[in-house]
Design a protein around this ligand. Structure first.
Ligand code: SF4
Length: 377
């Protein structure tokens, strides 16, 4: 199978953020560098089934910035040797500002990382404390400045909104400070309460109240307006980019293109046939043992039929400003969107429209995405 997208999962964090339900374990001793050995074995074994060249690579987590630059360099050398990078490959690494310094960033850049995604989350110390983050505002700003000094010209910043107690003026102040940094890319996330997290417990005890729906909507509109006015293209529900700086790796997911996921907790999408999804269980010990035994640690979790593939094409494509190209859809599935989903299309109007041959949600459609998309299932 050919894939030109590769994802490496780094499931370690210095400590757990109280709202997070991603798979990650506390980093202790040499856990991360030991894990790099497993990744290397996984990458070598995966070569039996997958081939490059690789045009996008993403180190996600967890906290990939716990990796030593030397380990990153070793992994990139191995990937280039085994799969080969395309000349213009996008190579991203997610970083937690609480784990960065100039030397590490310079090491990443020298190793070949050319896009860094920094989890600022907020530019207000009280909210960073509430979110249980490792860093304060000064450290976050320093992380971005150090990334520039280290030579990164493609910097993404994450920002959270709909945080308890956050007023529209607070969000506007966060945006002012964020825009001063002139990141090439911005990802925004509304805080949600996930089962099993410490925030879920605090919410159940009445100690934490999320903003009302109308406040969430107002915050999302504020983000859209401010960032669009500042020249960012709102190219996906949660993502904004300067021209030419969309995240090419994430675009592969929304376009249902193959991405090989390596590492405990990683997911793979294989586009062959109608598509299939695979996952490596969230179990570090098992991951290491299976690799040592020469087994493939990935499990098949979903094999799509034509109907499932059509639905997922819409589910993912309608998250993006490009939407779903009706001609390509018809070429792939033998019918256009309206033939396959006449009722759903009708129910999603007026937020869903076909413009220049592409089905697209407007901003209201994105705000109602979770409800509207159910019409297609
Ligand atoms: S650093 Fe990221 S992955 Fe780790 S616990 Fe916090 S939010 Fe989750």
């Amino acid at each position: 199978m050919t894939m030109s997208g590769l994802y490496l999962h780094i499931p370690f964090c210095l400590r757990k953020c109280p709202y997070c339900d991603f798979f990650s374990v506390p980093h202790r001793g040499t856990a991360v560098s030991d894990y790099v050995q497993s990744l290397a074995v996984d990458l070598q074994q995966s070569k039996k089934d997958w081939s490059g060249p690789i045009s996008t690579l993403f180190f996600g987590g967890g906290t990939p910035s716990l990796l030593a630059p030397d380990d990153v360099a070793r992994l990139l050398d191995l990937i280039d040797r085994e799969y080969r990078f395309a000349d213009d490959a996008e190579i991203s690494l997610e970083a937690n500002p609480g784990t960065l310094d100039l030397q590490k960033l310079a090491g990443y850049r020298a190793a070949g990382i050319n896009r860094i995604s920094i989890g600022l989350q907020s530019l207000d110390d009280n909210r960073l404390k509430l979110l249980g983050r490792l860093h304060d505002v000064e450290t976050g700003l320093k992380g971005v400045h150090d990334a520039r000094t280290a030579g990164f010209d493609n910097v993404s910043c994450d920002l959270m909104f709909a945080v308890p107690g956050q007023t529209p003026a607070d969000l506007a102040a966060d945006l002012d400070r964020l825009l001063d940094l002139q990141p090439e890319h911005i990802a925004v996330y509304g805080l949600t309460i996930e089962a099993g997290t410490s925030f879920a417990e605090r919410q159940a005890n009445g100690e934490l109240t999320l903003p009302e729906e109308d406040e969430y909507v107002a915050a999302y509109r504020l983000l859209h307006e401010r960032l669009s006015t500042a020249g960012y293209d709102h190219y996906e529900v949660s993502n904004f980019a300067r021209t030419g700086k969309r995240c090419r790796h994430n675009q592969r997911y929304w376009q249902r293109l193959s991405v090989l996921g390596v590492g405990a907790g990683a997911h793979t999408f294989c586009a062959d046939g109608w598509g299939s999804r695979w996952a490596i269980p969230n179990d570090l010990e098992n991951y290491r043992a299976e690799l040592q035994a020469g087994c493939n640690p990935a499990r098949l979790i979903e094999k799509f039929d034509r109907q499932g593939a059509m639905i997922e094409t819409l589910y993912l494509g309608l998250r993006t400003a490009d939407g779903v190209d009706d001609v390509l859809f018809a070429k792939r599935f033998g019918c256009c969107v309206e033939e396959a989903f006449a009722q759903a299309v009708k129910r999603c109007r007026p937020q869903l429209q076909k413009i220049d041959g592409h089905w697209r949600f407007d901003l209201d459609g994105w705000l109602l995405f979770d409800t509207l998309i159910l019409n297609f299932f």
